[in-house]
Design a protein around this ligand. Structure first.
Ligand SMILES: *Cc1c(COP(=O)(O)O)cnc(C)c1O
Length: 406
């Protein structure tokens, strides 16, 4: 990287200008904040800046009212009551609080935790921390389609299980886990069921109460809200008990001390309201774009395969393997597209995605796989550009590959 000097605006320094910005097809990594959400947040940075926990004057009351309205809007989106919503800094914190908080509270009677191999790192690492604290942790495999095996789960969950944590929608392959069935298995054994729903909330209809979830994590920036805010749903009936991780003034019913970031809370509330109003239409529109993309590619290229279940899957995710192509090389050949591989760079090598490996895919197929994430702001023209780029670059990389082999 070159030093571009001190007097450039951040915008010019860090991003090519708008005309040549790559098309953003990585909506599982994050999403742009909806301008309507930004609009709703702005007054709370300036005029309406009160501390929502100040009870002595109108500044505080105003901020508190705004935060509580946001809590209500978020609760309505997930079929919860407002008192079941705890604001956090994001899904990472919500997952840590749910998993460690519940397990530690129940450790004496229930020193066992169950999770799944394709979970987000923050879930797997929270479980690993519990293992270091003396918990027994079972990490269940998934089937070839990325879904959990309910028979294996039923065998693993017992009277000593404090918590089972299985995500709602996978961030790499977009598959939707059978939450109601998992909840029933957990309920029968008295184990709490937590689901990391960072990729699900706002994308699919989700009713935490009806599904029988005990804990559910939400991230604002995964569904067109701001970064740095999320929430944890904590069921009240029957009551789920947690040990707090952050001690202090006792905000959020003692579960998460610290002054709530009013603008971010308001933003998350507005995000939830929009999602609730627009989810069905948006899902249909994104489904259409996904079909267009998939048909556009497979109509012109052979040897393209979808990773993960084709049916139990959100509309906005495609994870495709392009036979005979190295996905890292493909990405480098397509600077006009912002897509991702899900592989992890360590200091010495590029490791294929652990999620794809958990499906039992051969390493060559994992290394040939690309994640394409379609979102609220993706246009048909962008999809068409992506088809052109993918078809031409895959074709030329394959030609080079077979020339090299000769
Ligand atoms: C993004 C993501 C997280 C982390 O969320 P943050 O709000 O960024 O901390 C956790 N789990 C899943 C499945 C995610 O996609």
């Amino acid at each position: 990287m070159t030093d571009s000097g001190p007097d450039l605006k951040p915008d010019q320094k860090d991003m090519p200008n708008r005309a040549v910005r790559p098309v953003f097809l990585d909506n599982q990594s994050t999403t742009p904040t909806d301008p309507r959400v930004v609009e709703a947040m702005l007054p709370f940075f300036t005029e309406r800046f009160g501390n929502p926990h100040s009870t002595d004057h109108a500044y505080g009351w105003d901020a508190e009212e705004a935060v509580e309205r946001a809590r209500g809007d978020l609760a309505a989106l997930i079929g919860a009551s407002p008192r079941e919503v705890v604001f956090t800094s994001g899904a990472t914190e919500a997952n840590n609080l749910a998993i460690k908080g519940a397990a530690r509270f129940r450790k004496a009677e229930r020193p066992h935790v169950v999770t799944c191999a394709t979970e987000h790192k923050c879930v797997l690492e929270s479980c690993r921390q519990l293992e270091r604290e003396g918990f027994r942790v079972d990490v269940l495999p998934v089937k070839a389609d990325g879904l959990i095996d309910l028979d294996l789960l039923a065998e693993a969950v017992g009277e000593e299980t404090a918590i089972v944590t299985v995500m709602a929608v996978n961030n790499e392959i977009g598959v939707i886990q059978p939450l109601a069935e998992i909840a029933a298995i957990c309920r029968a054994k008295g184990a709490y069921f937590h689901s990391d729903a960072a990729q699900a909330v706002g994308k699919i209809a989700l009713d935490a109460t009806a599904l029988g979830l005990d804990l559910l994590s939400i991230s604002g920036h995964k569904f067109y809200g701001p970064k740095g805010i999320g929430a944890l749903f904590v069921r009240r009936r029957p009551r789920v008990r947690l040990e707090a991780m952050i001690d202090g003034g006792g905000q959020e019913r003692g579960l998460r001390s610290g002054t709530l970031p009013t603008p971010l809370c308001v933003g998350l509330g507005a995000t939830a309201r929009l999602a609730r109003e627009e989810l069905a239409d948006e899902e249909a529109r994104i489904s259409g774009l996904k079909a267009r993309l998939l048909e556009g590619i497979t109509g012109r290229l052979d040897g393209v395969r979808l990773n993960g279940s084709a049916e139990a899957r959100i509309a906005g995710n495609l994870n495709l393997a392009f036979e005979g192509v190295d996905a890292e090389a493909l990405m480098r050949a397509m600077p006009r597209l912002a897509v991702s591989t899900g592989s992890a760079c360590t200091s010495t090598s590029v490791e294929p995605s652990y999620v794809l490996q958990a499906l039992g895919l051969p390493e060559t197929r994992s290394r040939a796989s690309l994640r394409i994430g379609i979102g609220r702001f993706t246009t048909e023209a962008e999809v068409d550009l992506a088809i052109e780029e993918l078809v031409s670059k895959v074709t030329s990389l394959r030609a080079k590959g077979s020339a090299a082999a000769e």
